[in-house]
Design a binder for this molecule. Structure first.
Ligand code: AMP
Ligand code: GLY
Length: 432
């Protein structure tokens, strides 16, 4: 039995654990996991592996339990050097980039410079170290359609403000600095449809997921309301072909990991390019050094190949021998969130969730848990994004969307969930 320890507690971690357990002989352990991750042979452990102060306990656990693979999912422990911590102690079966390689996500100045060096298409931007400098950059890069302010460091997706005008940006910049610090990247505002591209790297090669996914970052239908961690996702996104993805892999993803290698930063893990299809072709909006959440949920529903095998090939630096295959058809994930999300949802924690069994019994539905916990055999809400109701249909996206919403309607809490009603609709528009 191979033991895999998954660090994190969201829907992405549940989906990865579920897929890894389909591999012959894998037992998944989650640190800390959530109310849904303890299924089959999977177990939660009480150590919160995402916190730096716990790396030491986690390492002791891994040694004692003889864990075969550690998979680090969220960006914070990666940026905090969890992989370096394990590597320094002689453990190299840990899947994720080192802290140096994680700068690609944790430092927007670093990724901007790297893309500039490599000639990777991105928005024109200026690195600003003070608010005065940022104001001058806003004057310079604003167009009639606005400008974008991006905090330099990690902000759990909240540090980007897309402004509709120069005036709005100038009014926002000081508030932004108070919240996220004065160091910002001011970027020209780009327009176009966004899509997510994923690959697995072994530090030299990148094996791409040869289909794109689309997230839905805004809280409400029609891409309105505040930004969230993601209200739903689907794949494959028809906006790009498998060939375009191959090209993105050769022109963008592989050069990035090879440049990292030249700099001495080991990159074994997921690489995620957040892209925008602009009038001038695809441009990178940002890199992430992990899988996307909720894109991971449909990706795992569609993946046919043995994920444990592919991830082992990455750790052994034999990714050139690995293959990734997908089932035909489509998958759609609808996120059920607490009504106060993304602002105030603390008071909505601890509500009992009903209808989970009915939804789970449906064919081609998997309900991935995120902000849930188990107490006395009941599943209770425990966070903003609570569940990701994920479907698979061999007949395509329209049926997949229908299945997800049919299942979502069976699940409830007191006061109801908030969810978007238009997840995947962009795909229908493209196909009709
Ligand atoms: P990021 O965290 O850099 O992915 O930015 C979060 C979101 O802000 C992206 O998904 C885009 O919707 C938006 N965004 C970021 N940069 C730009 C840009 N240069 N032009 C337009 N929108 C952007
Ligand atoms: N799907 C957006 C993210 O994972 O950052």
């Amino acid at each position: 039995m191979k033991k895999v320890l998954i660090i994190g507690s969201g829907g992405r971690e549940h989906a990865l654990g579920w897929k890894l357990r389909q591999s012959y002989d894998v037992k998944a352990l989650h640190a800390p996991g959530n109310g849904g991750t303890e299924e089959g042979s999977a177990r939660n452990i009480s150590i919160d592996g995402t916190k730096k102060e716990n790396f030491h306990y986690l390492f002791n656990f891994v040694e004692k339990e003889d864990i075969d693979m550690v998979v680090v999912c969220p960006e914070a422990p990666l940026a905090d050097g969890i992989v370096d911590f394990f590597n320094l102690r002689g453990y190299d079966k840990i899947f994720g980039p080192t802290a140096g390689a994680s700068l690609l996500e944790s430092d927007k100045f670093f990724s901007f410079d790297l893309m500039n060096d490599l000639g990777i298409p991105q928005a024109d931007s200026i690195k600003c170290y003070s608010t005065d400098q940022a104001e001058r950059a806003i004057e310079k890069l604003s167009t009639k359609k606005g400008v974008v302010i991006k905090a330099r460091g990690l902000t759990a997706g909240k540090g980007v403000t897309v402004c509709d005008s120069r005036e709005q940006a100038l009014a926002e910049i000081r508030k932004h600095a108070e919240k996220y610090g004065p160091e910002v990247l001011i970027s020209k505002r780009l327009f176009g449809e966004e899509f997510s591209v994923f690959g697995i790297s072994d530090g030299n090669e990148v094996l791409p997921f040869e289909m794109a996914f689309q997230d839905h970052k805004k809280l409400c239908d029609g891409d309105k309301g505040p930004n969230t961690g993601g209200m739903g996702a689907y794949g494959p996104a028809q906006i790009v072909s498998a060939n375009t993805i191959k090209k993105i892999n050769y022109d963008i993803m592989i050069p990035v990991v090879r440049r990292m290698k030249d700099r001495g930063y080991s990159y074994k893990g997921f690489l995620y390019a957040g892209m925008m299809m602009t009038e001038d072709g695809p441009k990178v909006i940002e890199f992430n050094v992990r899988f996307g959440d909720p894109e991971c949920q449909p990706a795992m529903m569609l993946l046919k190949s043995d994920l444990y095998h592919i991830m082992s090939s990455s750790l052994e630096e034999k990714l050139d021998q690995a293959k990734m295959e997908f089932n035909s058809g489509a998958s759609c994930c609808v996120v059920l969130a607490a009504k106060g999300y993304p602002e105030a949802y603390e008071k909505e924690k601890g509500l009992e969730i009903s209808g989970l069994e009915e939804a789970t019994e449906m064919k081609n539905i998997k309900v991935f848990h995120a902000g849930t916990r188990k107490e006395n055999g009941k599943i209770l809400t425990n966070g903003g994004r609570v569940l990701g109701v994920t479907s698979y249909s061999e007949n395509g996206i329209e049926e997949a969307i229908g299945l997800s919403y049919e299942a979502a309607q069976k699940i409830n809490i007191l006061g109801g969930f908030h969810y978007r009603n238009d997840i995947g609709r962009k795909a229908l528009r493209k196909w009709n």
